[in-house]
Design a protein around this ligand. Structure first.
Ligand code: APR
Length: 174
């Protein structure tokens, strides 16, 4: 049974086995957390990403962390929000699930996520948070490998959305 934490901070400072990058399908960097991670990791990260041939939405690819305190980065393209009728919820769930299973297969004990798709990709955070919380918490009930998953929120509004989602999840399970 692993632990789920919700913290406010900058994911590029997390010294964990892997941080997750809210990437795009090219995996060649961008703005937001993608830009922050590439800036902190240094140019070798983009060099390795170039060899990966992109990544489908909802899946993830693994690279080293280079100059980041994290050992590895799992790059996952989240869904772009188009109103909610284009399977955005299933694709978002897939991002979390795929990264958790990939991390477990690599023997990672500590993983940190940003709030995938709720920035540039426009996914409403109050709709994304319950999906992320449920997916992470259900995985943590069963995994024998992953000890801690942290949702790293950049701002108070995002943090509150995840805290509210966790409270609602715990009430629902009672
Ligand atoms: N640490 C943690 N969270 C961060 C950081 C950081 N250093 N910087 C930004 N964030 C947060 C944002 O505030 C937002 O809550 O990450 C969340 C995701 O926002 P984006 O980075 O815009 O990612 P996303 O909405 O998934 O859009 C992905 O944006 O940067 C491009 O290349 C990327 O095309 C892709 C798209």
């Amino acid at each position: 049974m692993g632990e789920f934490r919700i913290e406010k901070g900058d994911i590029t400072t997390y010294a964990v086995d892997a941080i997750v990058n809210a990437a795009n399908t090219s995996l060649l960097g961008g703005g937001g957390v993608d830009g922050a991670i590439h800036r902190a990791a240094g140019p070798e990260l983009r060099e390795e990403c170039r060899t990966l041939g992109g990544c489908e939405t909802g899946k993830a690819k693994l690279t080293k962390g280079y100059r980041l305190p994290a050992r590895y980065v799992m790059h996952t393209p989240g869904p772009v929000w188009h109103g909610g009728n284009n399977y955005e919820d299933l694709l978002l769930k897939s991002c979390y699930e795929y990264c958790l299973k990939l991390g477990e297969s690599q023997g990672f004990e500590t993983i940190a996520f940003p709030s995938i798709s709720t920035g540039v990709y426009g996914y409403p955070v109050d709709q994304a948070a319950p999906i992320a919380v449920k997916t992470i918490c259900e995985f943590l009930r069963w995994t024998q490998v992953v000890k801690t998953v942290t949702m790293v929120c950049r701002d108070d509004r995002t943090m509150k959305a995840y805290q509210d989602a966790l409270e609602a999840y715990r009430k629902e399970r009672k």
